[in-house]
Design a protein around this ligand. Sequence first.
Ligand code: NAP
Length: 499
Amino acid sequence: MNNGKICISVCSDTADELIAQIRRAEELADMVEVRFDCLPPTELDAALSQIERSDIGRPLLATYRSPDQGGHGIGTLSERKAFWTDLSDQFWGGDLEEDVFQASTRLKNKIASFHNFSSVPDDIDNIFERLSGSKIIKIAVKSDDITDTISVWKLLERAKTENKQIIPIAMGEAGKWTRILGVAHGAYLTYASIDAGKETADGQITAKDLIETYRVKDLDKNTKVFGVIGEPVSQSLSPYMHNPSFASAGVNAVFVTLLVKNIDEFIRRMVKAETREVELNFGGFSVTMPYKQSIITHLDAIDPTAEKIGAVNTVNVVDGKLLGYNTDAHGFITPLKAMFGDLQDARVAIFGAGGASRACVYALKDEGADVTVFARDISKAETLAEELGVRSAQLTTDNRQLTTDIVVDATPIGMKGPLENETLFTADELAGVKFVYDLVTKSTNTPLICEANKAGIPALGGIEMLLAQGAKQFEIWTGQEASTDRMRDRLLARMTGEK
Ligand code: NAP
């Protein structure tokens, strides 16, 4: 348990809705930030007087910024100064930018705050210096890559040595981890949104997720940090599998998303003991596109299966050494064998020649299956097939004749997005096939699985593969068996809630 606070930031364009959000926020938060700059001027007095009449059970933090400071309103400098001068002492305090910091003499607590919504300024230390007349300092800057977050994160150490309270925020997807780990490393508070879609800043996480998924207040400096490294990572479901597993196994660990644009720089500046600039206590990584192959050069050792596949999706950090594994092959084959049975000599047509296909082909070959890789670009299919000792063929739109026992779709067809309603094959074209396996992870059936159902062919979606590969990762990282039932429950709850 750490001493940090969760502060829900609420924003609405009507006074009534703002009060309703404060009421909901006080149930989850330690503090509530009221963004008065979201209100049109006509609603401002109504909101202030409703708050004055209400008996709100949490400390209220007032904020009233100009548009260039991230506010949504149109308050001029003199209006904003007047707002702060008149603000009642019912508020715990205010978040004040430098231009209005002196305006309020009545506030009990003042947070001196700085925002940059486009980048991380080079002179972040000078900014800290300028604000250090205040006991509480907030510096929020926009990060595009994980290494952009280093300088703002290092302010935590500086604040500690100078006996200041700091709220360091790296906005954007790349900085999400700072919002999760901040309070464990001494940040005064972390901001949260009341609901998904109601974020008041880029990268904000809902209070429910901070509390239930990431358990931010239970984390400390000894917490082992795991994360998915890749680009993009914003849609990753892994936090919703691994965090509940860590919680139910009683392991002091957290799983976050890590948006990495340059793998070499990330490993050098944030991971390797000899060169890193921050101490985050990394325990391991799940590796996703586009780094499953390029991570290999950074490893101290690689598991023989991962080496044969030529791709690593899991890194375990042991005594500072990076050990690489591939759990995709295991994740793919385990549910297939459970449903189809023995794969010896089974004819398998696998569509797609990307990273997932590579692990699947390896696992199928290992089981004695007779595999053919199909791809639009025959050279990609040929390269993969040659490396792993299977056959390759051109995927065309006219030749729809399938002479195979199992169809594996390892393409993005059917995934959320432009290909969502597409299918590789229709029910008629699947005639004669015994089993269909679509790797796309969806809580509802993909079009290909619907076609298989129509044709009366047993089929499997990508969720079971995701779970099985995740369970194996959990075992590698913790030495404990994962509770796949709990993982499945949390994953499905997340997926269906987000539809
Ligand atoms: P990838 O490396 O990008 O490979 C995708 C492959 O699909 C490439 O060969 C690509 O061919 C081909 N492709 C793309 N669009 C196509 C289209 N419209 N028609 C035919 N072929 C097409 O991706 P990946 O990592 O292998 O992932 C492939 C799929 O597996 C994705 O849906 C992913 O979500 C899923 N997956 C699921 C799990 C799980 O645990 N369930 C794990 C990993 C992956 P070109 O090179 O010609 O574009």
